[in-house]
Design a protein around this ligand. Structure first.
Ligand code: AP5
Length: 216
C-alpha cells in the first residue's frame, strides 16, 4: 500500500514500482475517474465529492476497490494499492475482506511543496504517464501538445483535499503501524524510489529466508 497527502507522489512512485516489481497498480482515484468518464450514476455522484475534495462515500468506493483486488491479475501478481484506504472504515472493511499489506509506504512531503506539484501536474491521456511542467517535463513536443490537466488540480481544490487528508490520516496509520515505512518524498523522484526499492528488496529477502527455513 502507498499513502500520502495529495500530490505527494503516490502515482509517480507506483509507475516506478510497477515497472520493477510487476505488481498490479490499483488506484482508487483512477478507478473513480474511470467511473466518471463512463457517465454512470456512481460516477456522477463521485464527482460531486471529488469536486469539493471530500471522500467519496464507502458504498461507491469499497466494492469498486474490492472487486479490482479480487481479479485474477491482482491475485496472481500481487497488488499495489494507491490512495486506499483513506478512512478508518475503509481500512477496517479491507482487513475484514482479508486484504493485508506486507508493506505500508507513507510518503512524507512538506505542505508548501504539494501545491506547486499539483498546479504543475499534467497527464498524458495516451500512455497514462504523469508529468510535471517543471520537475518531469514531457519528452517531446508531440506529447506536450496532448497533455491534460485534472479537474481537481487547482490550488483551491488541493487545499480542500489536504484538509480531508489531515482529518483521516492518523486513524488509517494506526491500523497499519506494524508495516509502515516512512519515506522522504520531498527529494527527486529517483531518490524517493531508491528508498522504496530498498525496503521492497529487504522485504523480498526476508520472504525468501522464511521460505528457505520452512523447506529446511
Ligand atoms: P487521488 O486521485 O488519489 O488524488 P490525491 O490523493 O489527491 O493524490 P494525487 O493523485 O493528487 O497525487 P499523487 O500522490 O498520486 O501524486 P503524483 O504522483 O501524481 O484522489 C482524488 C479524489 O478522489 C479524492 O480527493 C477523493 O475525492 C476521491 N478518492 C480517492 N480515493 C478515495 C478513497 N479511498 N475514498 C474516498 N474517496 C477517494 O505527483 C504529483 C505531481 O508532482 C506530478 O506532476 C509529478 O510529476 C510531481 N512529482 C511527483 N514526485 C515528485 C518528486 N519527487 N519531485 C518533484 N515532483 C514530483
Amino acid at each position: 500500500m502507498i499513502s500520502g497527502a495529495p500530490a505527494s507522489g503516490k502515482g509517480t512512485q507506483c509507475e516506478l514500482i510497477k515497472k520493477k516489481y510487476d505488481l498490479v497498480h490499483v488506484a482508487a482515484g483512477d478507478l473513480l475517474r474511470a467511473e466518471i468518464s463512463s457517465g454512470s450514476d456512481n460516477g456522477k455522484r463521485a464527482k460531486e465529492y471529488m469536486d469539493i475534495g471530500q471522500l467519496v462515500p464507502d458504498e461507491i468506493v469499497v466494492m469498486m476497490v474490492k472487486e479490482r483486488l479480487m481479479q485474477p491479475d491482482s491475485q496472481d501478481k500481487g497488488w499495489l494499492l494507491d490512495g486506499y484506504p483513506r478512512s478508518l472504515s475503509q481500512a477496517t472493511k479491507l482487513q475484514g475482506y482479508g486484504f493485508h499489506p506486507e508493506l505500508f509506504i507513507l510518503l512524507e512531503v512538506p505542505e508548501e511543496i504539494l501545491v506547486e506539484r499539483v498546479v504543475g501536474r499534467r497527464l498524458d491521456p495516451v500512455t497514462g504517464k504523469i508529468y510535471h511542467l517543471k520537475y518531469s517535463p514531457p519528452e517531446t513536443e508531440e506529447i506536450a501538445a496532448r497533455l491534460t490537466q485534472r479537474f481537481d488540480d487547482t490550488e483551491e481544490k488541493v487545499k480542500l483535499r489536504l484538509h480531508t487528508h489531515h482529518q483521516n490520516v492518523a486513524s488509517v496509520l494506526a491500523m497499519f503501524e506494524d508495516t509502515i515505512i516512512k519515506v522522504d518524498g520531498s527529494v527527486s523522484k529517483e531518490a524517493v524510489f531508491a528508498q522504496i526499492d530498498s525496503a521492497l528488496t529487504k522485504l523480498l529477502e526476508q520472504r525468501a529466508e522464511k521460505i528457505g527455513s520452512a523447506i529446511a
